[in-house]
Design a binder for this molecule. Sequence first.
Ligand code: UD1
Length: 373
Amino acid sequence: MQTDENRLQSTPLRVVVVAGARPNFMKIAPLMHELRQRPRFDARLVHTGQHYDEAMSKSFFRDLGIPEPDVNLGVGSGSHAEQTGRVLIQMETLLLEEEPDALIVVGDVNSTLAASLAAVKLQVPIAHVEAGLRSGDRTMPEEINRILTDSISTWLFTTEPDGDRNLLREGIEGDRIHLVGNVMIDTLLRNLERARNLGTLDDLDLEPGKYALLTLHRPANVDDADTLRSLFGALEQIHRDLPIVFPVHPRTSAAIEASLGGIKPCLKMTEPLGYLDFLQLMANSRLVLTDSGGIQEESTALGVSCLTLRENTERPITVSEGTNTIVGTNPEAILSETRKILDGGGKSGRTPKLWDGETSRRIVDVLERELGS
Ligand code: UD1
């Protein structure tokens, strides 16, 4: 005879995992893997379709072995309100049909907030992976997404102790905060060997340690013509001594067309790259220049010097413990910090605690314990 407890133990825990944009995909990969390995979970994957093309989405699913999404909402590009609104409306219908025990969201993109908003109104508890990060800059759309998502989440999984402090300061109860480490580094460690075997450097005619890698896509940097022009001026100067490889984000391509009349900077430009090719380039580069959040963390884990082309970071551990330096967008500052690194003055850094490849296991342990009780 089945006791109530037995019945409870055998009822699957239904969770819906949401991903929408490129930086989400490397975060959900190890979570989906962990969830699908555990018989206790019935995990459904929803792709909102915020990013949708081969380079920004499909290649990541293939490279990282992420299961085909169970549902694709196909929301596509649009203004913030359009994107958020479309995800919100469709997620409400989906959650009403699925009746999950929990929603799992990652990161800080519009899809993260929109899915969370739909869930909280239906009283579906939310697990936010990569909670607590704060840049202090409310002009960044991601900062608003972070603050709002955290404020309505039940479980807040943080990557660094600063995240815990930020959440406690905002009044979130300590027992909802779990310092678990970094899921993105789970993916990096799992794929580094595969990436190292690729011929990416040969294909781009590069030698290990003899090039810099650049990414640029923040609206504050690329949507303003003067900022973009002045950044490219400094980067072209560096490129004369150390070739700069620049996989160009679609937003940045559009900005080059719109603001610079299509005149491309004199750098080694490529299309957006897949995860493994990019990882191979990052691991072998002399220096990374970026305005991305995730790349600050990945370069720290790889021990590669990183100059962040923003005035702030929501990931301060990459500066205090890792290889990251915040340089902003002033051309002189970019040139002088680059010079320091090339003259042997780069930070050596260490990998932060719990960035050890086991974060998704720790997250799913917490969820299994809490949802199963
Ligand atoms: C979004 C995220 C940002 C993240 C970035 C990574 C928000 C608020 N921003 O910004 O946090 O760092 O993704 O890429 O959610 N496009 C394509 N193909 C695609 C998707 C988009 O060409 O598959 C083009 C569209 O024309 C669009 C532009 O890229 O206008 C920007 O996409 P969007 O989703 O609006 O924001 P991102 O700048 O990519």
